[in-house]
Design a binder for this molecule. Sequence first.
Ligand code: AMP
Ligand code: GLY
Length: 411
Amino acid sequence: MRVLVIGSGGREHALIRSLAQDPDVTALHCAPGNYGTAAIADNHVLDPTDPIAVVELAQRLGIGLVVIGPELPLVNGVADAVRRAGILCFGPDRAAAEIEGSKAFAKEIMAEAGVPTAAARVCEDSGEVRDALDEFGPPYVVKDDGLAAGKGVVVTDDRELAERHADDCDRVLVEEFLSGPEVSVFALTDGVTAVPLLPAQDFKRAFDGDEGPNTGGMGAYAPLPWAPADLAEQIVSTVIQPTIDELRRRETPYVGVLYAGLVLTEAGPRVIEFNARFGDPETQVVLDRLATPLSGLLEACAVGTLGSVPTIEWHPGAAVTVVIAAENYPDAPVTGDPIAGLEEAEEVEGAYVLHAGTKPERGLPVTGGGRVLNVVGTGPDVATARDRAYEAVGRIRVRGGQHRTDIAARA
Ligand code: AMP
Ligand code: GLY
């Protein structure tokens, strides 16, 4: 199969890496890709959110399956265009991707489908915001309704900050604060059948101890040694299956991976967000553990045959990824800084480096985005995987680079 992956982050490098090891993949292309994907796939320059550009490239390359990584192309209708052109596509149509594109829409689907989630009010003006903040009390949870690259959510005890964030957004959700451990559960789906992947945990805050602003994610690990063994199955039956059934009932079937971000509260799991794609950086650790060839799974989703795919196999052991971010991430990351020590990092047993915001400059890698690298450590358990990841991180030098030192520490 000839595969084209759309996107340029660490998630896409992880997808490309899995597909490069897959015997059923005969040609591998990425657009736009990064410094790391260029080493194992053909990178192509294009605007990933432009449906026509993606279809033209896929046709020119004779692609059999297009895999869409990020949310913006999905919400922009790239999957619709690819399918309309008669090419298999992994990723939901625009209508189904609204589950990520609008948090108010996601709440509507969950209410209809009986999916447990934080109580919320959709607010259009500051009066409604004040009433909702009064109703729920602190800590305040205020979410931009639309896409915000992981930076649209403010959780704070500071009432003024909560109101200011709401003023900066058009439409917001004010939500009940949920307390408990957070997990990310991904399920592959062809619109009818849902198959869960390994649950993972992501670290969203910029600084150690879960301090600082929310980011796209500063690290992740999988599996979760402390979670109940049937967690993924439980989430499929209470969250994922009812949601995809509701989308199918609305004649907007969901094809791709549905990502449920959950808080495991004392009263049971509650959804805090849906994403219409693989999570980043959770995908980097989840795919690392996947033993079943990836392309067949993605193709089965696109074709509609996921129900007849054999049970997914996983490698034993664990993976931990630590994000190295650019100076000033997430506010205004500095780019163009040289990156050194990549080869030394990969000499650490069980460790390797996935590229995220990197680009070539005179043939050498420099920073080109907020999250620059995902350093992955693997091993028989989380502790070993974590030690290896951090040993590799210690060998990499990025001027102004920052990373958390407590990824997977409590696990
Ligand atoms: P989201 O982008 O919706 O995943 O939110 C980003 C982060 O904000 C989450 O990972 C949580 O840590 C936090 N968060 C979101 N919603 C809630 C909530 N209802 N209660 C507590 N924390 C939340
Ligand atoms: N890691 C969180 C996300 O991909 O949204």
